[in-house]
Design a protein around this ligand. Structure first.
Ligand code: 5GP
Ligand code: MG
Length: 180
């Protein structure tokens, strides 16, 4: 616990957030035509997506994408590479919901949404657990937001620092002594 300066979002609050977001998605997708496919942005979104999908009542399928953006430590870089893509022949029938852990500059989701539209998806929306609106470099608005947070580097509930802390059941603020 000493690496964590404080708990920002408790396990109980995360449970309330995923319940609310799932209800919003249910409401919007209950009459949609075609398949509904959650797209997990590996690896950080694994925990959020697992909790979210269990609370949905609309039938969903899942896919995963993996992206590397070159940067180091606690800053995300600007150059984006797609390491794992959605590969389905029926993409034109798929209503994709991209599930992201956190939006910072907005570059990752801007790139990914354009990429999936270009591939011919029937529709593309995005959901993020966390949003740091003060950090945007590009104007990107997500369709569903768990919680807006201040400009602090957070870990836990899937989010890592140097591949650590993903297993924590809460979202915490990493003590700057860990990375400075
Ligand atoms: P961006 O919106 O800048 O393209 O990138 C978002 C990505 O940067 C997230 O998916 C995540 O991998 C990383 N990121 C941004 N802020 C944080 C943070 O506070 N903690 C962690 N662990 N990752 C972050
Ligand atoms: Mg991510």
């Amino acid at each position: 616990m000493s690496d964590i300066s404080r708990v920002l979002i408790s396990a109980e609050e995360l449970d309330r957030i995923t319940t609310r977001v799932a209800a919003e998605i249910d409401r919007d997708y209950k009459d949609v035509e075609g398949r509904i496919v959650l797209v997990c942005v590996l690896k950080g979104s694994i925990v959020f997506m697992g909790d979210l999908m269990k609370k949905l009542t609309v039938p969903v399928e899942i896919e995963c994408v993996r992206i590397s953006s070159y940067g180091s430590g606690t800053t995300s870089g600007g150059r984006i590479n797609l390491l794992l893509d959605v590969d389905r022949a029926d993409i034109g029938e798929c209503n994709l919901i991209v599930v992201e852990d956190i939006i910072d500059s907005g570059l990752t989701l801007t790139f990914l949404v354009k990429h999936l539209i270009d591939k011919g998806a029937k529709s593309v929306r995005t959901v993020t657990l966390l949003d740091k609106p003060s950090r945007r470099k590009v104007d990107f608005k997500t369709d569903y937001v768990g919680k807006e947070i201040p400009d602090e580097f957070v870990i836990g509930y899937g989010l890592d620092y140097d591949e650590r802390y993903r297993e924590l059941p809460y979202v915490g603020i990493l003590d700057p002594s860990v990375y400075s």
